[in-house]
Design a binder for this molecule. Sequence first.
Ligand code: ZN
Length: 224
Amino acid sequence: MSSSLLIRNVRPMGASPADVLVQDGCIAAIGAALSPPPGTVTEEGGGALLLPGLVEGHTHLDKTMWGMDWYRNEVGVNLTDKIENERAFRHESGHDAAAQSLVLAKAFLALGTTRLRTHVDVDTQAGLRHLEGTMQTRETLRDVQQIQIVAFPQSGLLGRPGTAELLDQSLAAGVDVLGGLDPCAIDGDPVRSLDVLFGIADRHQRPVDIHLHEPGAMAPSRST
Ligand SMILES: [Zn+2]
């Protein structure tokens, strides 16, 4: 079914005020005092700036506590302290990644973000629970927001046996990208960590997006 929208009096990319006619999801005309076809919905832009949808390249929709009760986050200073604390809290509280990811994705949308990439925790305690919740949100908003999901081993890939298998299942279930985390600082064996990670990505022919918080030179020492 075709649809038309006329936005009057806006400034496309900061240009002079004009009308913009959108037909079937594409800009069909930009000009002064456009005459829309019958049945066109008209919106008054009030001279506002008109931009393409914004892109959020890195977020964690599944983790957010947006709109929930205040939580006092008492935790150690190390990254691993924060990771352990967060995983335990979400397990004990039954954190609802479906509901929370939807709330935050809608907040992004209300501010103009129409495309985003979210990293979603996959670990041996939560399994694919957070992932399934976020995939629900991706489906719910499919017509208005493009959500890319990264299966993210927040608790490490090698330290918790079974994580690699869960990542493999995630990609089979329709995740867009394979995530990774600090192959040296968290996994302690960067060569093996990256071999396992890229092996999974290669099997499913998916891109890789790795979080790196590793300071200084952390490459493995070599004797030869
Ligand atoms: Zn992140």
